[in-house]
Design a protein around this ligand. Structure first.
Ligand code: FES
Length: 110
């Protein structure tokens, strides 16, 4: 039984490898990725200029690259590759092909 603080976003089979999807859960923007069969849920808001574009980033070196100006964030930790900023990351549970993400309201790391 999954804790009800986890919200169902979609099915694993609905995600394309390395192609992000955008979700809004309780007013929180989420970027969801499948990379090498791992699922990652990060904030969709880039801390650089607060654009909701992370879902549209490309994947390189286990990072997502913001399409606006190229800041690179580690998919697992959310940390900026060169610098102190970060994207919030959210816990993910997979059950029967369904992806559940625990979204906390605190999403402001800048
Ligand atoms: S808005 Fe993301 S790198 Fe500038």
């Amino acid at each position: 039984m999954i804790d009800e603080s986890f919200k169902k976003l979609c099915k694993v089979s609905e995600l394309s490898e390395r192609q992000g999807k955008r979700f809004i859960v309780d007013e929180t923007e989420i970027a969801l990725f499948k990379v090498d069969d791992e699922i990652y849920a990060l904030s969709n808001i880039c801390p650089h200029q607060h654009t909701a574009l992370i879902y549209d980033g490309f994947i390189e070196d286990n990072c997502v690259v913001c399409p606006a100006h190229g800041w690179m964030f580690d998919l697992k930790s959310g940390k900026l590759k060169t610098g102190n900023s970060r994207l919030t990351t959210y816990p993910v549970i997979i059950e029967d092909d369904n992806i559940f993400v625990k979204v906390s309201k605190i999403d402001l790391n800048w």
